[in-house]
Design a protein around this ligand. Sequence first.
Ligand SMILES: *Cc1c(COP(=O)(O)O)cnc(C)c1O
Length: 357
Amino acid sequence: MTHRIHNFCAGPCTLPLSVLETAQAEILDFQGSGMSVMEISHRSKRFEPLHEETLTLAAQLLDMPEDFFCLLLPGGAHQQFCMIPLNLLADGGRAAYIDSGVWAKKAAEEAARIAETDIIWSGKDQQYRHLPDTIELQGDYRYLYLCSNETVNGIQFREFPQAAAPLVIDVSSDFYTRPIPWQDCDIVYGGVQKNLAPSGLALVFVRKSLLQEHPQINKFFSYKAHADNNSLYNTPPTWQIYILNLVLKWMQAQGGVAHFAAQAAAKSSKLYAAIDQSDFYHNDIAAQYRSQTNIVFRTPNEALDTLFWKNAEAAGLSGLKGHRIVGGLRASLYNALDMRSVDALIDYMQDFAQQQT
Ligand SMILES: *Cc1c(COP(=O)(O)O)cnc(C)c1O
């Protein structure tokens, strides 16, 4: 059997084994073409249907309504940090940002370079352990930006605050682990490398009324240009789209977003329970904001944190080192990571705590 380990990496991260096996089987000869999917034209009769099917499946699995348009765009989430203000504030206006952690802060900083933006709430003074339940916007805002799950800080909006502006949501790290409140949103997007595919691609859902021509911005950064060309404006990252197609089909076969939402709740509550029941490990985020996909925790000190993840690597549990900005430990429980890996981690945690006390 192939050697596979328990991969808790925050991204790029674990992919379903069956998807990798299909890719392996097709790599020399995609659908009888005698070529790999990487070697064919993105405008060919073999690629275009795959591309179309991927867009359709991506929308279907999240119950995307008719008034949204689904785009596959290069550049990952960072490019969207730029495209969002470029498109939504092209004709002026202001944007409101919730500073919930590392990723929302980065997005706000990008927007502030080119447009009027206000940080209307920040969790910084509380070390990013809290989120706002309600938001009162003072003034007129074109959109309210939030990051649904802060991958580095391990904090997640279970419910999105209702506000007097449409929401723009970065769902990079909880994509397809929960339903989307479409009626409140203008843009829902994420880089694909956390739950869906290899890195370098973003899946972006844009409200159709926003697909407007903005002559003052570069065509390549215009949502309309990409929508008019059905995400084939430039040569897209075809390999990423191919893997995304396989992952979406895998998710559909497993039971879709409802299945993965239940899985995310079950996996994360088991791990949090193990942390809370122990005197050795701790997580100090209030229960209602704890992330279901990125679980941050610490041992009694930094030296033990380091020993924990180093020994874990040797024991076949990879990617548990916390993000360099915050330190500590982090286990990312994305869709392709199943309960057996969570159980293996909990066993390892118990053994490690016993050895050290
Ligand atoms: C990983 C991540 C990003 C950055 O993604 P890139 O594809 O590297 O741009 C942005 N937001 C969130 C929530 C993330 O988890």
